[in-house]
Write a protein that binds this ligand. Structure first.
Ligand code: FE2
Ligand code: FE2
Length: 309
């Protein structure tokens, strides 16, 4: 029957994309990679160093490298990622405020150091790595469309301390982890829908986010113990709702509401949630290896006051 053909093709494409996502997970989120990134955190405290990027062939990026998705959907998600990535200075200052009394070395890794006038003296490694992402995404967008991407500045909550500082640190780290996790899911999805120089460029950003997630996850597990894991996983429900919301937004927009287009949107939302959950499974597998003795070896005795969080 002719009416079945689009669905059959659609299913075929979904399965192909799913196997691509699994392949990329094995390549970029191998358990050994995650452990390597976490081990690196202690050396960052004594010898701060940025993760070097591999070469990117900017001029070789072109729209034919977008595969298995409507280019406008790919570009929309690329533009959305560029917007969420900024303003990085406000994000890093916020992290520094929350962490400076709890763990000064981690505060420096994220937010750098400040002088007596509260002016930045040394930019943190996390900020140095993150601040490359928006310009790189804008450059990719420009290569793909010949158009300059104009971004709306994102709103940053800022530092709002309560009377329970450890709970503040806990909530802040959960929010940073959610952001890194969502970013990984999105960049993995973009890579599953790209090839060649385009995929290679996005992979540099993805590797930074994997590096950050591993470091923040290991640090949070040390600081808050196993209870942290269960609470964080419960909070990921919100991120999945965000993906769903994202899909609905477009379906009520002004774009053509034809069946073909809606099928694309549904497929994209399912794939994003699938990617998000696959990252979760991988992190849980790695998490099982993070024993209290190993974490104490890396960071010292667990801070006892935080056990009730
Ligand atoms: Fe980023
Ligand atoms: Fe990141």
């Amino acid at each position: 029957m002719p009416s079945e053909q689009p669905l059959t093709l659609h299913k075929y494409r979904y399965l192909t994309n799913r196997s691509r996502i699994n392949h990329l997970l094995d390549e970029y989120l191998a358990v050994d990679h995650l452990s390597h990134h976490l081990n690196d955190l202690t050396t960052q405290f004594s010898n701060p160093h940025q993760r070097p990027w591999g070469p990117i062939r900017w001029q070789a990026i072109d729209p034919t490298q977008i595969v298995s998705i409507e280019p406008e959907i790919f570009l929309e998600l690329l533009a959305g990622a560029a917007e969420v990535e900024s303003p990085i200075r406000s994000y890093s200052r916020e992290s520094w405020e929350y962490l400076q009394n709890f763990h000064p070395q981690m505060a420096t890794f994220l937010g750098g150091t400040y002088g007596p006038e509260q002016s930045i003296q040394i930019v943190g490694i996390w900020e140095k790595e993150e601040r490359q992402h928006t310009p790189a995404l804008k450059k990719i967008y420009q290569q793909l469309t010949d158009q300059t991407l104009t971004l709306k500045p994102n709103t940053v909550k800022g530092y709002h301390p309560s009377t329970t500082p450890h709970q503040d640190v806990y909530r802040h780290l959960v929010s940073r982890l959610s952001s890194e996790w969502s970013a990984i899911s999105l960049y993995l999805w973009l890579m599953a829908h790209s090839t060649g120089a385009l995929q290679q460029a996005i992979s540099q950003i993805l590797q930074d986010e994997v590096n950050h997630l591993a470091k923040f996850w290991g640090f949070s597990r040390w600081a808050f113990g196993r209870s942290f894991q269960a609470q964080f996983l419960a909070s990921t429900h919100n991120a999945i709702q965000l993906f769903k919301h994202h899909g609905q937004e477009r379906s009520h927009g002004t774009q053509a509401l034809n069946t073909h287009h809606l099928l694309h949107q549904l497929s994209e939302s399912i794939e994003l949630v699938f990617t998000f959950l696959r990252v979760m499974v991988r992190i849980r597998r790695w998490d099982a290896e993070l024993s209290p003795s190993y974490l104490s070896y890396l960071f010292g005795p667990q801070p006892l006051e935080t056990l009730q969080c």
